[in-house]
Write a protein that binds this ligand. Structure first.
Ligand code: AHR
Length: 510
């Protein structure tokens, strides 16, 4: 059940706004899959090379080539799943070029992302070992663009075969005795665009064909994810679900949040933006709710039992290229605005937990809405990293509906709810409540009543906020935006929280 997200009229621009929330602990909903906290790591800019992989001979402290600082930070985040190797990169990736002795692997051109050399040093073994190292499930994205059904079938066999097939022997020769667990395999990526410029009708047939050959031992069969729609392409979803829903375990959609969302060539900057682009970005992030609702409605028609998961396997902010950087590397700063986008988007996924079973933020390190930025031996955690860390209690928690009327935050022609709320009962048995104040000028006093919960313990909390809307962490000032302790009051079955302007708070009822 979704939250009741009404918006009340405008308030005078003074003092904190107030909102009353009722959490229905007596009406538990679906499990919020931990996999909506998934990430995406593509061979793009410094996303893999430099960001994750520096090689065993690097002066940067590393474990078998993976930089220790990044691995440690990701372990703390409890990343549930990582999608790799793309993205558009996956649509031209030939897995055989990324196995065997590294010095013998071919050097290719990364045609999508800056035309740089791709050394293939980070391949199947390196990715699957990395996933094991950080404790995440691997999600391998197969090449349905320039690849063949046979190549895809061989890749899955190479990873999963537990017998003496030639591909299993080759894997052993390359250093991996036992098969890896492969829970997720993507058939195609953006087949409407960089993955082949197909029409939905053509792709539906090709998907049916290609997925036929994705085979693995019974106890290690990956879920098959069908490449799906771009944003609001509901025709794509209709055709794919009508023609192929029985042959897929999940269906993916992609959506990127932009400040000036009507123009791809002039999206707006990542820092130094006006308040009008704070609100337009949050407004566009909230569009995720409409997208998920409408795609889900089509899925409900063809899959009423909700067997097929909706995977939003690329989402996040996408700004203009940063001056002085290669535009094809998609490097951008990450501010308090990004943390708010993440909170609002994750709250949308919580509300649709019955259908949205995975989401992968784009991307993990140094690319788009990154968790982590690196520069040679230096590393910094972004506001989005901190937001994901604060939201860890929601992984595999049980959704609890929140009923509230949100006051309005308005700027120019745009209005968004000033307050957003998401609640769940965590695996620890405690109730966790995320509160967002989107208004950058006014605090918010939020009174939350818990219906159906007993216990008169205390409440603990943390807040993420900063002095400016584009506050961000740099290598010189790595802690400009970081979580701080937050005090709320608990009175009987009510919790009162005074949120600062532009803040996200996560409370735990002890
Ligand atoms: O995340 C960057 C790119 O965005 C991906 O490669 C592609 O799938 C999408 O268009």
């Amino acid at each position: 059940m979704a939250s009741l997200l009404g918006v009340t009229g405008a308030h005078a621009q003074s003092g904190p706004v107030s909102a009353s929330v009722t959490i229905r602990a007596d009406q538990p909903g679906a499990t919020i899959s931990r996999n909506i906290y998934g990430q995406f790591a593509e061979h793009l800019g410094a996303g893999i090379y430099e960001g994750i992989w520096v090689g065993e001979d690097s002066k940067i402290p590393n474990t078998r080539g993976y930089r220790n600082d990044v691995v440690d930070a990701l372990k703390k985040l409890k990343v549930p799943v990582v999608r790799w190797p793309g993205g558009c990169f996956a649509d031209e990736y030939h897995w055989r070029e990324g196995i065997g002795p590294r010095e013998q692997r071919p050097i290719k051109v990364n045609t999508h992302w800056g035309g740089v050399e791709e050394p293939n040093s980070f391949g199947t073994h390196e990715f699957l070992d990395f996933a094991e190292l950080i404790g995440a499930d691997p999600y391998v994205s197969g090449n349905a663009g320039s690849g063949t059904a046979q190549e895809m079938a061989d890749w899955v066999e190479y990873i999963t075969a537990d017998n003496n097939s030639s591909l299993a022997q080759l894997r052993r020769k390359n250093g991996r005795e036992k098969p890896w667990k492969l829970p997720f395999f993507g058939v195609g990526n953006e087949t409407w665009g960089c993955g082949g410029n197909m029409r939905a009708e053509y792709w539906a047939d090709l998907y049916r064909h290609m997925q036929t050959f994705v085979k693995a031992p019974r106890d290690n069969r990956p879920l098959k994810i069908a490449s799906g729609a771009n944003e609001a392409d509901y025709h794509w979803t209709e055709v794919m679900l009508a023609q192929a829903s029985k042959l897929m375990d999940a269906y993916s959609i992609h959506f990127y949040t932009r400040p000036r969302h009507e123009k791809w060539m002039d999206k707006g900057p990542g820092i130094g933006f006006p308040e009008s682009e704070w609100i337009s970005t949050l407004d566009h992030a909230l569009y995720m709710d409409e997208l998920v609702t409408k795609h889900s409605a089509i899925m409900d028609k063809h899959d009423p039992e909700k067997r097929v998961g909706l995977f939003v396997d690329e989402w996040g902010t996408w700004y203009d290229p940063t001056a002085g950087r290669e535009p094809g590397f998609l490097w951008q700063q990450n501010t308090l605005r990004d943390a708010h986008v993440a909170a609002l988007t994750l709250n949308v996924f919580h509300r649709h937990a019955d259908r949205v079973k995975m989401a992968n933020i784009a991307q993990m390190v140094n690319v788009l809405q990154a968790m982590i930025l690196t520069d040679k031996e230096k590393m910094v955690l972004t506001p989005t990293y901190h937001l994901f860390e604060m939201y860890i209690p929601f992984q595999d928690a049980t959704f609890l509906p929140a009923e509230f009327k949100a006051p309005e935050y308005r700027k120019g022609d745009l209005a968004v709810p000033a307050v957003d709320v998401s609640a769940a009962r965590g695996k620890d048995g405690k109730i966790h409540i995320a509160l967002v104040n989107t208004d950058p000028n006014r605090g918010a006093t939020i009174t939350t009543k818990i219906a159906g919960a007993t216990g008169k313990g205390g409440v603990t909390g943390r807040v993420l906020t900063a002095a400016t809307i584009d506050a961000h962490n740099t290598f010189d000032k790595p802690n400009a935006v970081q979580p701080a302790a937050f005090k709320a009051q608990r009175k009987g079955d009510e919790v009162i929280a005074n949120l600062p302007a532009k803040s996200v708070v996560v409370l735990t009822l002890e």
